[in-house]
Design a protein around this ligand. Structure first.
Ligand code: PBG
Length: 323
């Protein structure tokens, strides 16, 4: 009695396994998210994200150059302002930390990488919400849109190639597209955070940007149980002018990444977020997981699910391993 089928045959040598491997993972597919803190004189460690820091302007520049030399596909910048207010005015100010840092990196790196910026107010508001509030304390969708429009133009002026609206306000992609075009920034693109879930996995990010948020984002971010509305959000963003779309988080939403990859006419990104990073780092620090193997398996799985590109805090390190 012999088995008729022997799938093990194609696994029997490293050369055979390499030959039939389906999923590619290349440095150019990785995007490094980075934090820069206004007024910082030394990098500040983020305790829940060991290995990740809030950069000074100077260390940001150095880490960005290092990432680009390692071959990563792009950089996504987040600003940590020294002062916050109700409308997040530091986001629009050309001297606000995010816009200043974009200018720094733009002059350092030019078009040798893809410079991206988080186009969202939560880092800049004193209440920590992604938009401005109405008199009852709710997030005012349409009032927020006009701030996003100004923020987008400021980021494009500062040299961003791709803007990442992540606030999940209705109509944000269309408003930003129009504002960019009217300001003459027809070549600045939009990487829309289309399907963004109200996730517990953002926990460490709150520390990373010193977020002031009390409460949650459930009136604008998606319910983790819903997949269909992700497709609706993607369809709307593409219609409004998104050049690429994103699913976020990644690991608990691999099915949504697959749906997005099958439906989207534009490239699909996935964000391997702070909590996903923290879980692996914590387990590896305890000796419970093999760190490098786990990271590469995580990133490969997100690619297998259909993401063309992955935002990951491991981008520089993983790029070096893959080289
Ligand atoms: C919003 C934004 C968040 C993240 C990226 N952009 C936080 C949130 O929506 O609560 C999270 C990224 C991460 O957790 O790694 N500006």
């Amino acid at each position: 009695m012999f088995p008729e089928h022997r799938p093990r045959r194609l696994r029997s040598t490293a050369a055979l396994r390499r030959l039939v491997s389906e999923t590619t993972l290349r440095p150019r597919q990785l995007i490094l998210p980075m934090f820069v803190a206004e007024g910082a004189t030394a990098p500040r460690p983020i305790s829940s994200m060991p290995g990740v820091v809030q950069h000074t302007r100077d260390t940001l520049r150095k880490a960005a150059v290092e990432a680009v030399q390692a071959g990563v596909g792009g950089l996504m910048l987040f600003g940590v302002p020294a002062n916050r207010d109700a409308t997040g005015s530091g986001a629009v100010d050309e001297n606000g930390i995010l816009n200043v840092a974009l200018r720094d990196l733009s002059s350092e790196l030019g078009d040798s990488t893809v410079l991206m910026a988080d186009t969202c107010l939560d880092e800049f508001t004193d209440h920590g919400h992604c938009g401005v509030l109405d008199d009852r304390g709710g997030v005012d969708n349409d009032a927020t849109l006009s701030v996003y429009a100004d923020m987008a133009v400021a980021q494009a002026d500062a040299g961003a190639h791709l803007l990442g609206p992540s606030g999940m306000m209705d109509g944000q992609v269309g408003v930003i597209r129009r504002a960019l075009d009217e300001a003459g920034h027809t070549e600045t693109g939009i990487l829309a955070y289309s399907a963004k879930y109200a996730s517990a996995f953002y926990g460490p990010f709150r520390e990373a940007v010193d977020s002031q948020l009390k409460g949650d984002r459930k009136t604008y971010q998606q319910d983790p149980g819903n997949a269909r509305e992700a497709l609706r959000e993607i369809e709307l963003d593409v219609e409004e002018g998104a050049d690429a779309i994103m699913v976020k988080p990644a690991l608990s939403y691999l099915d949504v990444i697959r749906l997005a990859a099958d439906a989207s006419p534009v490239p699909v990104a996935a964000y391997n977020i702070s909590g996903e990073y923290a879980m692996v780092e914590a387990a590896a620090a305890n000796g419970w997981l093999d760190r490098e193997r786990t990271i590469l398996e995580v990133l490969t799985s997100i690619r297998r699910a259909g993401a063309d590109m992955i935002l990951t805090y491991w981008a520089t390190e993983a790029a070096a391993w893959l080289d």
